[in-house]
Design a protein around this ligand. Structure first.
Ligand code: SER
Length: 319
């Protein structure tokens, strides 16, 4: 990877991935792609180049790739699961028509492409415990449908045109820089903000609902390590199961309570979020990623909680 375009650089993952890539490859080699209305600000803007890169406008992608001689694209443009249910055609337009544009530009300019899939690519018929790498994928959400299609289309471009496409199935990503928007796993981020603000947390997910999760530093490392992996070792490509932990709301609450003893949580279940969560794995088997490119997370629930509370306390200026 020499010149890298991050599409969606101001989003939850993109904002931190762009900075991490700049640290590793040099500020001038990582272009923060953005759309009008979501321009980079602050450090993201100051530390390196930025350029309009709208997946629904193929020409904008082509211009950015040509201008910076891009050889690797991280395509993070997507609507998350809950918002995709309220705007299914937009989710398809960004997730799939947009991906088509990215892959076509990648084919023409010989770029490698990372387009994440998700735990959302599974459905009710998928085995929920130790969900295998290769298994039934029949999601009923538009988010899931776009993610399965992403996997298939990315593999198609690799097999048919030799485009170097690789991806992971991200679990819920927990972070303290840019909040996620409109996902089912967002509660596991919001709960930390409530704890640090000493507010009662209203949990939209039922107790006992297990979902895979991961702390942002591990998610960034996964994406970059996979793109750096020796292609000769990759049996799979789009997309690898990866996980760092699996917990239910009461477990994360108990962990936070160890540090914030008077923290309170009540349940007000959101039926849409609950039905989506119920259709996703309880915990995935990520042994293929461990075997094929040495995937290994560093944070568990306890160490992530310490770091989240510390970073958010500083960010929100609460002692
Ligand atoms: N975090 C995503 C969501 O909840 C799942 O990959 O929509």
């Amino acid at each position: 990877m020499k010149n890298i375009l991050v599409i969606g650089s101001t989003g939850q993952i993109g904002s931190e991935l762009t900075m991490e890539l700049r640290k590793r490859y040099g500020n001038g080699h990582v272009i923060a792609g953005y759309i009008m209305g979501a321009e980079p600000k602050g450090e993201l803007k100051e530390s390196g180049p930025s350029e309009i890169a709208n997946v629904t406008d193929r020409q904008s992608l082509e211009l950015a790739v040509k201008k910076y001689n891009v050889d690797t694209i991280y395509n993070l443009a997507a609507l998350l699961s809950v918002v995709a249910e309220s705007r299914p055609s937009m989710a398809w337009k960004i997730g799939i028509d947009g991906l088509w544009n990215v892959l076509e530009v990648a084919r023409e300019y010989k770029c490698a492409v990372f387009t994440p899939s998700s735990i959302g690519s599974f459905g009710m018929d998928t085995p929920h415990v130790m969900t295998p790498q290769d298994t039934i994928q029949r999601p009923r959400t538009m988010y899931g449908i776009t993610k399965v299609t992403t996997e298939l289309l990315s593999d198609y471009y690799f097999l048919k045109y030799g485009v170097d496409t690789r991806a992971v199935r991200f679990p819920g990503i927990i972070s303290n820089v840019t909040p996620p928007g409109g996902g089912t796993t967002d509660y596991a981020v919001d709960i930390y903000y409530s704890a640090v603000r000493r507010q009662k947390f209203v949990c939209p997910i039922k107790p006992g609902t297990l979902m895979d999760m991961m702390y942002m530093p591990d998610a960034l490392n996964a994406a970059i390590s996979l793109m750096e992996a020796d292609p000769a070792r990759l049996i799979h490509r789009n997309a690898f199961n990866i996980t760092a932990m699996s917990f239910a709301p009461e477990t994360i609450y108990d962990e936070i309570k160890k540090h914030v003893p008077d923290f309170e949580m009540v349940y007000e279940v959101d039926p849409l979020k609950q039905s989506i969560a119920d259709s996703w794995p309880d915990c995935m088997d990520d042994s293929c990623a461990r075997r094929e490119w040495d995937w290994k997370p560093t944070y568990d629930l306890a160490s992530m909680t310490v770091d989240m509370l510390d970073k958010l306390s500083k960010k929100l200026k609460v002692e």
